[in-house]
Write a protein that binds this ligand. Structure first.
Ligand SMILES: Cc1ncc(COP(=O)(O)O)c(C=O)c1O
Length: 386
């Protein structure tokens, strides 16, 4: 099987697995315990925090360990909303956010908050102009993702962050779950107050992530309990997962930008091949997108049917994002960029990772062409002409 679903999740790096095994065997003490085992576990936790902080370009005290991207997003958005609701109840986000942001804003609407869901252009990009227009005296939060999980589009978060600096009371949250390790970002002077990270998207374990919270910023905690993670996220720390995530971060640092350049070359190879297949449409923009995501449509062919045809030939891809693959509902992200329903219903996401080679892509292209040709032959004449 050739795994091309790395945006859904990645296979943990063998060194991450080994680090976790060792952490479970040797550092099983509770980091809050005062005895030797606790102190040793606390040292592992401290080291992991320093690794994460160095990578993100922030202070160790600004790192909060969470259970992943969903929790980081919920903690950031609800944490700000509940803490600052006396200042205002308006939130700005986009129409193309992951449900872990979009649905949180919807939920807050049911609690009396108002959200502006910014439109995006044909490439799925939000504009600073639209952020400016949406700003209101009661705006307390702007939440914009760095890389879109379905299209790969990179949002202009640096530009938005710089502009937002003039409004210190309007907080800026960035969902960087799909960006980490693929698109460079330094938090220093970025204007970003909160940032979400998830380890399983970069060869770390599932169920662990980071919320960066700017020093001094107070947010309402969602989890009350033992007061771990600076009181923002109570609960005994998942030490093996945190140690595994720190290992994955170290490995990212070791490979540096070389891996993104390699992925970009593979993605270009994929793009060229797909453009030559009759009936395939590329939805991912050619410029200003992450190096690992390619979204395509084969109008008239149901995405699920194509997915399983590819699977039979040994290739694993996604329809929409793995977390929201509801049957027969076109993707909100694709309809937001103006892609027709028919086209959106036939969309597939191919996402690359460290184990994919040029040979994998060539083989995939041959399989895709064969599947598309055979499925289009079975289509009703009406949809063939569309
Ligand atoms: C952009 C984005 N945000 C958030 C999440 C949720 O992260 P997690 O699976 O760690 O909860 C995902 C997962 O697909 C994502 O792609």
């Amino acid at each position: 099987m050739i795994y091309l679903d790395n945006s859904a999740t990645t296979r943990p790096h063998p060194q991450v697995v080994e680090t976790m095994r060792r952490a479970m065997e040797s550092y099983y003490g509770n980091p809050s315990s005062l005895h030797q085992m606790g102190v040793e576990a606390e040292a592992v936790l401290k080291q992991a925090r320093e690794v994460a902080a160095k990578f993100l370009g922030c202070k160790a005290g600004e790192i909060i360990f969470t259970s992943g991207g969903t929790e980081s997003n919920n903690t950031a958005i609800k944490g700000v909303a509940f803490q600052y609701q006396n200042r205002g109840k308006h939130i700005i986000t986009t129409q193309v956010e992951h449900p872990a942001v979009y649905d949180v804003c919807k939920q807050l609407e049911s609690l009396g908050f108002t959200t502006t869901f910014l439109p995006v252009d044909r490439e799925g990009r939000v504009s600073l102009e639209n952020v400016k227009k949406a700003m209101r005296p009661d705006t307390i939060l702007v939440s914009i993702m760095h890389v879109n999980n379905e299209l790969g589009t990179i949002q202009p978060i640096e530009e938005i962050g710089q502009w937002l600096k003039q409004f210190p009371k309007v907080l800026f949250h960035v969902d960087a779950v799909q960006a980490v390790g693929k698109v460079p970002l330094r938090l220093k002077d970025s204007g970003i107050d909160l940032l979400s990270v998830s380890a399983h998207k970069f060869y770390g374990p599932r169920g662990v992530g980071i919320l960066y919270k700017r020093e001094g910023l107070i947010i309402h905690p969602l989890m009350m309990g033992g007061g771990q993670e600076g009181g923002v996220r109570s609960g005994t720390e998942n030490l093996p997962a945190i140690a595994g995530m720190a290992k994955a971060v170290r490995l990212l640092e070791e490979t540096g930008s070389v891996e993104s350049i390699r992925l970009k070359a593979l993605l270009n190879h994929l793009r060229e091949g797909i453009s030559a297949i009759e009936g395939c449409i590329i939805n991912t923009p050619a410029n200003g997108a992450a190096p690992h995501i390619m979204n395509i449509s084969v109008p008239g062919v149901k995405a699920e049917v194509l997915l399983h045809a590819l699977e039979e030939r040994g290739f694993l891809v996604s329809t929409k994002s793995a977390c929201s693959s509801k049957a027969n509902e076109p993707s909100r992200v694709l309809t937001s960029v103006g892609i027709e329903r028919d086209c959106a219903l036939s969309s597939l996401r191919i996402s690359l990772g460290r184990e994919n080679t040029k040979e994998d892509i060539s083989q995939f292209l041959a399989a895709l062409e064969a599947c598309v040709n055979s499925l289009r032959k079975q289509m009703k004449p009406k949809s063939v002409t569309r």
